[in-house]
Each structure stands twice: as structure tokens, then as C-alpha cells.
Design a protein around this ligand. Structure first.
Ligand SMILES: Cc1cc2nc3c(=O)[nH]c(=O)nc-3n(C[C@H](O)[C@H](O)[C@H](O)COP(=O)(O)OP(=O)(O)OC[C@H]3O[C@@H](n4cnc5c(N)ncnc54)[C@H](O)[C@@H]3O)c2cc1C
Length: 808
């Protein structure tokens, strides 16, 4: 066996083989895959081999389309058939809510280049005569659905990779991974040792065990999954004879099952509610080409629905039941990318739909390893969306929930309960008593809104039970003063003799003077955004950086990759060890002045000032800034003082009309200021000029910050897209995100976020549109739940366009 490789891929399932193929395709000459047994011997060999492009997340849908389009290429390169049958597909809705979801999927397909169309139950019946049309309200017809041979496909990736120069060693088990001082890896196997610059964990069912070799507990868990294959059915033969084709692939969402033809019968797989994890603690190394004992009892409920929806199945005998394990991450998306603190160690695991997703995972990872960037938006599958908080027990609870809800609708206002509450701030109980309805981000509870007694969220695509209350929360802020808990933001402290120079190179903004704050975009080498922060300089206390809480692990990974090795910079992530509160509204200054002895008058404490102020019996770091776009202050303190600060502010604000508000009211207010937010408007595929953040980029500052050259070029070329704000003439449903934006009769963009801006009294949508039309008055329209609604470009913020409230 060779003693050195640039990249060692651990695992010869469909994912590892796709990673290897992409590495070889992109010119990595020393790519080596190690498989402890035969290729496919994990989850891969017993998969049902189904594939489709449909996914609720448009970026995951894109990578699924890439995967399916790739099969032709790997067949050609490898000369190994994948056994692909592109039968086309039908996705079925038995309820109006599900039908609405299908309409939103078709709409997204318009800008993703995925063709799909809404159909009636009668058309669904024509396509799939096995179904009873009276059970459904409608469906969706797609072209790129079908199935393939799992083993043939994996071998096609492997053969193609070999032809392109990569190597594969079977029956070679990786037993230890040791990092050397030069950051290379000693890969210890049962057949000897290999030195590698990069190692990829594509260990599938054993991804956790491979993670343990580097001291990490990756948030993955295997679940048992069953499908059954019927005896040959005369109804199937009749369809084949009448159409000359195979039966189409089908997903019956309300029945929580998928179906396709298998020889002369049907294959039916279910995501049953009574789901069962497999090997919760350790995956035995002795497990190989084996199946688990089927449990027909668990399928009983699904079969009852199947018999109603597809009556011919009642008469079909069961030839075989397959029960096999495969892994999930807590949110069901793959875990891909570099892992913080382990240079050269990469994840390609938790891939629950390998035959839809492995191609995209391989592409992203090969780009990332070889070019330093995945090359497209991988936010939804980046391993960095989970931190240490995603413990084994949390993963177990979330994976079960995700599996049981695999085909269930998740409404935009629906918060899933499993694994919660996990992280809470000291205020949690107080806010709960005040009626807080919580959401969770990065495992931390935060208030969405404060419900009156007896009122709860009614889950819906439309405006819901929170509407009037959120409006009242907004009114309190715009007319008096409101208080929101902000512990969920990520907070970092940067100190040391090299802090200024390091930040100057890392961030694209000009660094603030002592006691001041600035907005701070952070760019990648390609000039696109990798972060947006508020940066304060606190003199002797160093720099204080505030950013997205959900992106803390993601940003820490980036920071640590760029920290100087000479120890001149110390970076501290405060996480929940620093708690936050914010007050906003025209009476916010009055309130602050009541609780501090410091001079906080307009001239003494200006917009974007930051300093430590005495408050009540303690003190807090206070910045005069507010995401509401109003006069406002953010307060940061040791968690031990948060309750005291809260009580002090609430008591002092009682006669000023203080009211608690949650993230939904905050969203309504930032929309009417057209403020973007990370992971929605600001993502790693947009450049500052596209996102409208170029005014915060100091193109000419002395420090050659990361991404400067590329950003300059982008600025000069004018770039492709522009972030714009629209007012939509909708009725009862606002945009959620990812809806297509039409200019005339052509789709020219997509929505990133939106909602009802209660103060302005209009429905707002923010989104990217093509530059050429970005400033045209219209006609614009936005497609929501299958209908196009007129929209008007909103060039100025709807609230306080001159910023007098903030500055006042
Ligand atoms: C019943 C069933 C039906 C399914 N149906 C579908 C479907 O219709 N469509 C779809 O897209 N997906 C389906 N899946 C899911 C699909 O099988 C998985 O997404 C996919 O197989 C995951 O591939 P993988 O390469 O990540 O993992 P695995 O297939 O588990 O491969 C991991 C490999 O790594 C090797 N390995 C691990 N540790 C080491 C080590 N230390 N040293 C060397 N080698 C090591 C293992 O031996 C194994 O071969 C189904 C799964 C099941 C169980």
C-alpha cells in the first residue's frame, strides 16, 4: 500500500466514492479511498435507489439536481451502468395544506431550473393508475424522478475515479487518526500507515466511530428504515403494457410513503411515526452486508393508508421486506465540510439520501479541499451548523423527530419540540411567565412573541394567531419603548497586540475608533460575504464583535483558520457566558437615563457609541444601536446580572409603556428598514455590492483585507444580482422566503425573507433580482402559494428613511 496521499477518503459507500470521483476529476492525483470491507457494505447496498430533485431547501434541491444530472457523466467515464430508470414522478397531496406546499415547490423550481407542474388528482391517476384519485386534492408532476441500482452507481463512481487516477484499497480499515505537528495526518490502518494532508470522514454508518478517532462526537444517528416489495401485480403489468413504460415514481406525503416499480411488482417504503434508532451508542465493526429483522407491526399504520390510497396493493402479496439502517443529522441534511480545530479533517457524513445528494456532496467537498471554497451555497449542509451543544442525546431526540416527520409539513411558524429546552438564558422562566412563545436557534431558546393567556400559534401558511399581538409589540416599540432578549447573538472578544492588524485584514470595514462601533462585512477570497457583524472598539478592553448566533461555529472556524500562530491575538467566543438585552423606541433614552448615572443625552452618547455604563446595582457594556431602526441600545452583561438588569429596566419603564417584544416583531421592524440578516439576505454566494453592503467596505483602506481584489473587480463589473425590497399586494399570506420574483412574464429573482411590516401596514418581501432590471418600476409580481401577487419596488426604507429616529 502507498505510504502517502494528498487526500484519504475513509469509506467506500456512495458518498465516499463520489468524493473520490470529484477529487480525481478536479486534478487531485493522490486521492486514495480506504474501505474496511467491500465497497457499498454500509447503508449503500440495501438502499431503495430512489432519486428525486424535490427538496424544501432550494440549495439542497440544486445539489440533488446536480447529482441526478451527473449519472450520465459517470456512466460515460466509467463505462459502468448505474441502472438508472428515469420514470418521472408524481408527488401527491391529500390535504390543501400539503397542496399549498407543492405549489411553493413548483414556484421555486422556476428559478432553480427544475421543471415541475401542478396537476389535478385526475391527471395524477392518469400517470399512476394505481391510486384512488378521490383520496387526493392534487399533485405535482416531475421529470427527473426515478431509481437506480445502488451498487452499480457506487461502482460507477469508483471506476470513474480510478480511471481519472484515484486509487481504492478495499479491506483496509482505518483504526486511528493522529495529527502531526505539521498538521498532516497519520492514518493508521490494519495494513499499515499512510501520511495524508487531508482525511475525509465518509464513514456512513460508522461516521461517529471515525469521529471518535479525532476526539469528536459528530451529531449523527442511524435509524432503521423499511421498504417492502410486492409479488408481481397484474395492475402493474397492465400499466406497463398500456404505456410501454415503467410505473412512475411516487411520493404520497400524507401517507408518509414512497412507491416505485420493482420488477413486476411495487416497492413501498415508509417513514413510520413509530420509528426506531439503530445502534444508538456504537456501530459494531462486525456489521457488514446484513439486514435487520423486519417489523411488520411498525408498518401496519402506513399499510392501512397505502391500501386506501392505492387499492390494488390490498390484493398484492408481500415478496420481501427490507429493513436497513442509515444515518441522519438532527435536521436531516448532510454534514459536510471542515471541522473547527482539526485542520485537514473533513466531514462527508449524515447523508440520508445518498442517491439524490452524494454527487453534490462530492462536488462541494472536492472544491473545498482543493480550492478552499465549496463553490456554491452549502449553508444548509455545512457541518458547522452544529456546535458542541448538539450532544448525542440531543441528536437522538432530533433525529427521531426528523425521521417521523420526514414527509410531514413544517409550517413557517411551526417550532419543533424535540430536544428542548436545551440551552436557556437566566431570563427564560421570567419570559415564559410573561407568555413567551419560544423558538430555538443553535439549541438556545429565544422568544418569538408573547402570547395572551390561552392563545398559541396555529400552524399555517397564512397569517396566524400571533398577528394582532405582534402588531401590538411593534406599536409599543414605535410609540414608546420595547425590550427584547438578545443572548442568542454570537459575541466575540478580540484582544492582544496583534488584534487591530488581524481584524483589519479579516474584516472589510474600516476599524472603529475607541468607544465607537461600525458595521463590519467579512469577505472570502472570492470577494463574497462570509459574515456581517457589528464591531466595537473598547480601547484597553479590546474589540467586541457581534454576529449571527446560528453562525457562531461557522464563524469561529473561519476566525481560527486565520488566527496568527504567534499568539499575538486572543479570540474569545462568549456564547451564553455573556447575556444580552436590548431596548428600543422613542422612549428608550428616557428609560436608559432612569437606570444609569451616566450622561446618555443625545450629544453625550451618540449613535454607534459603545461604552460600559453603570446600570442599577451593576454595570453593562452598552452600544447605541438597534436592529429595529429606532432609537435603541444593546446591553451586554455577565449572565449573573441579566435578571437584575431586566427587572431594573422593566420597573423603570413601567410608566413609559415598556413592553416585551420577540423576534417576530423585530423581523417586522427590520423589514421596514430593509435591513438584511445573515443566512437570509447575506450568504456566501452574494458580494457586498449585490447585498448593498458595499458602503461598509473600505476598498481603499491600507490593509489588504481578504477578498479585496475580487470585491473590487465585482464592484467594477457591477455584479449579477441586487438585493431589493418590495411591497407585495397580498391577501392573507406573506412571503416566507424562496418565492420567485417575476418581472413582467419572466422570473428574475427570488425572495430571501419577508413578512408583514406592522408599523407600515404592508407586506414586505426582500430578495435578489437581476441587476439589469433591479431599478425598474415593474411590473413586478411575487408568487405565493401558487398565485402571483403584484409587488412594488420600495427604494426607500418604509420607516424613517432619513434615519432621524435612530440618530435623534
Ligand atoms: C432501507 C434503505 C433504503 C434507502 N433508500 C434510499 C433511496 O431510495 N434513495 C436514497 O437516496 N437513499 C436511500 N437510502 C439511504 C442511502 O442508503 C444512504 O444515504 C447512503 O447509502 C449513505 O452512503 P454513505 O456512503 O454515506 O454511507 P455507507 O453506505 O454506510 O458507507 C460507509 C462506508 O464506510 C466504510 N467505513 C466506515 N468506517 C471505516 C473505516 N474506519 N475504515 C474504512 N472504511 C470504513 C464502511 O465499511 C462503508 O462501506 C436508503 C437507506 C436504507 C437503509
Amino acid at each position: 500500500m502507498q505510504s502517502h496521499a494528498q487526500v484519504v477518503v475513509i469509506g467506500g459507500g456512495v458518498v465516499g466514492c463520489s468524493v473520490l470521483f470529484h477529487l480525481a476529476k478536479f486534478g487531485c492525483t493522490e486521492a486514495l479511498l480506504l474501505e474496511r470491507e467491500e465497497l457499498t457494505c454500509g447503508s449503500t447496498w440495501h438502499a431503495a435507489g430512489g432519486m428525486h430533485t424535490i427538496n424544501g431547501d432550494p440549495n439542497v434541491a440544486k445539489l440533488q439536481k446536480y447529482t441526478i444530472d451527473l449519472y450520465q457523466e459517470i456512466e460515460t467515464v466509467s463505462e459502468q451502468p448505474t441502472g438508472m430508470h428515469l420514470t418521472g414522478g408524481v408527488l401527491l397531496a391529500a390535504s390543501e395544506a400539503r397542496f399549498d406546499w407543492l405549489k411553493s415547490i413548483v414556484a421555486k423550481g422556476r428559478y432553480l431550473g427544475i421543471e415541475a407542474r401542478i396537476i389535478t388528482p385526475e391527471r395524477a391517476h392518469e400517470l399512476l393508475p394505481l391510486l384512488d384519485p378521490s383520496c387526493f386534492v392534487g399533485g405535482l408532476e416531475t421529470a427527473l424522478d426515478g431509481h437506480l441500482d445502488p451498487s452499480g452507481t457506487t461502482h460507477a463512481y469508483a471506476k470513474a475515479a480510478r480511471k481519472l487516477g484515484a486509487r481504492i484499497e478495499r479491506f483496509t480499515k482505518v483504526e486511528e487518526l493522529l495529527q502531526c505537528a505539521d498538521r498532516s495526518w497519520r492514518v493508521i490502518t490494519n495494513k499499515g500507515e499512510i501520511r495524508a494532508e487531508h482525511v475525509v470522514n465518509a464513514g456512513g454508518l460508522w461516521a461517529r466511530e471515525v469521529g471518535h478517532m479525532v476526539g469528536r462526537e459528530h451529531p449523527v444517528l442511524a435509524m432503521e428504515h423499511m421498504y417492502l416489495i410486492t409479488e408481481d401485480m397484474p395492475e402493474v403489468a397492465a400499466i406497463n403494457a398500456a404505456t410501454g413504460k415503467e410505473v412512475v415514481h411516487a411520493v404520497d406525503f400524507d401517507g408518509e410513503m414512497y412507491l416505485r416499480q420493482e420488477r413486476g411488482g411495487m416497492l413501498l417504503g415508509t417513514y413510520e411515526k413509530a420509528c426506531k434508532p439503530w445502534s444508538e451508542d456504537v456501530t459494531p465493526w462486525s456489521f457488514g452486508h446484513e439486514l435487520l429483522t423486519p417489523d411488520i407491526e411498525r408498518l401496519a399504520l402506513s399499510l392501512e393508508v397505502a391500501f386506501q390510497h392505492f387499492p390494488a396493493l390490498q390484493r398484492a402479496g408481500i415478496r420481501k421486506v427490507v429493513n436497513g439502517p442509515f444515518t441522519f443529522a438532527p435536521d436531516g441534511n448532510p454534514l459536510v465540510g471542515p471541522v473547527r480545530g482539526l485542520p485537514g479533517y473533513w466531514c462527508a457524513c449524515g447523508v440520508m439520501a445518498g442517491f439524490c445528494q452524494a454527487g453534490g456532496v462530492g462536488l462541494a467537498l472536492a472544491n473545498w479541499i482543493l480550492q478552499g471554497d465549496p463553490g456554491f451555497d452549502v449553508w444548509a449542509m455545512d457541518v458547522a451548523r452544529f456546535g458542541d451543544w448538539a450532544s448525542k442525546a440531543y441528536t437522538n431526540a432530533k433525529v427521531r423527530e426528523n425521521y417521523a416527520r420526514r414527509f410531514s409539513i413544517r409550517f413557517p411558524n411551526e417550532e419543533l419540540p424535540a430536544g428542548r429546552p436545551l440551552r436557556t438564558s437566566p431570563l427564560y422562566e421570567r419570559l415564559k411567565q410573561a407568555g413567551a412563545q419560544f423558538g430555538a436557534a443553535a439549541g438556545l431558546e429565544f422568544p418569538l412573541w408573547y402570547a395572551p393567556a390561552g392563545v398559541r400559534d396555529a400552524f399555517s401558511w397564512h397569517r396566524s394567531t400571533d398577528f394582532a399581538t405582534v402588531a401590538a409589540e411593534v406599536r409599543a416599540v414605535r410609540e414608546a419603548v420595547g425590550l427584547i432578549e438578545t443572548t442568542g447573538f454570537a459575541k466575540y472578544r478580540i484582544t492582544g497586540s496583534g488584534a487591530s492588524a488581524w481584524l483589519d485584514r479579516l474584516l472589510a470595514c474600516k476599524l472603529p475608533r475607541s468607544g465607537r462601533m461600525t458595521l463590519a462585512p467579512m469577505l472570502k477570497a472570492d470577494g463574497r460575504l462570509i459574515g456581517d457583524f457589528t464591531l466595537a472598539y473598547l480601547g484597553a478592553e479590546g474589540y467586541f464583535l457581534i454576529g449571527s448566533g446560528a453562525a457562531e461555529e461557522y464563524h469561529l472556524r473561519w476566525f481560527q483558520q486565520h488566527l496568527p500562530e504567534d499568539g499575538s491575538v486572543t479570540l474569545t467566543a462568549h456564547a451564553t457566558s455573556l447575556a444580552g438585552l436590548a431596548i428600543a423606541g422613542p422612549r428608550a433614552r428616557d428609560l436608559l437615563s432612569r437606570v444609569t448615572s451616566a450622561d446618555v443625552s443625545a450629544g453625550a452618547f451618540r449613535l454607534m457609541d459603545a461604552r460600559r455604563l453603570p446600570i442599577g446595582l451593576t454595570s453593562a457594556l452598552v452600544g447605541r444601536v438597534s436592529y429595529t431602526g429606532d432609537l435603541g441600545y444593546e446591553l451586554w452583561c455577565d449572565p449573573a446580572y441579566q435578571v437584575h438588569l431586566f427587572d431594573t429596566l422593566m420597573a423603570a419603564g413601567a410608566d413609559l409603556g415598556i413592553r416585551l417584544f420577540g423576534s417576530r416583531a423585530l423581523n417586522a421592524m427590520r423589514l421596514e428598514k430593509a435591513y438584511g440578516s445573515w443566512a437570509r439576505e447575506y450568504r456566501p454566494i452574494y458580494s457586498p455590492i449585490e447585498a448593498g453592503l458595499d458602503r461598509f467596505v473600505a476598498f481603499d483602506k491600507e490593509a489588504p483585507f481578504i477578498g479585496r481584489e475580487a470585491a473590487r473587480k465585482e464592484q467594477a463589473s457591477g455584479a449579477r444580482m441586487r438585493l431589493r425590497c418590495f411591497v407585495a399586494e397580498v391577501e392573507t399570506a406573506d412571503v416566507i422566503g424562496d418565492e420567485p420574483i417575476w418581472h413582467g412574464e419572466t422570473v428574475r429573482g427570488w425572495v430571501t425573507s419577508g413578512g408583514f411590516a406592522h408599523n407600515a401596514g404592508v407586506s414586505v418581501a426582500m430578495g435578489y433580482v437581476h441587476r439589469e432590471v433591479a431599478d425598474e418600476s415593474g411590473p413586478w409580481s411575487i408568487e405565493i402559494l401558487g398565485r402571483r401577487y403584484p409587488a412594488h419596488l420600495q427604494p426607500q426604507p418604509l420607516f424613517d428613511p432619513e434615519g432621524t429616529r435612530m440618530r435623534g
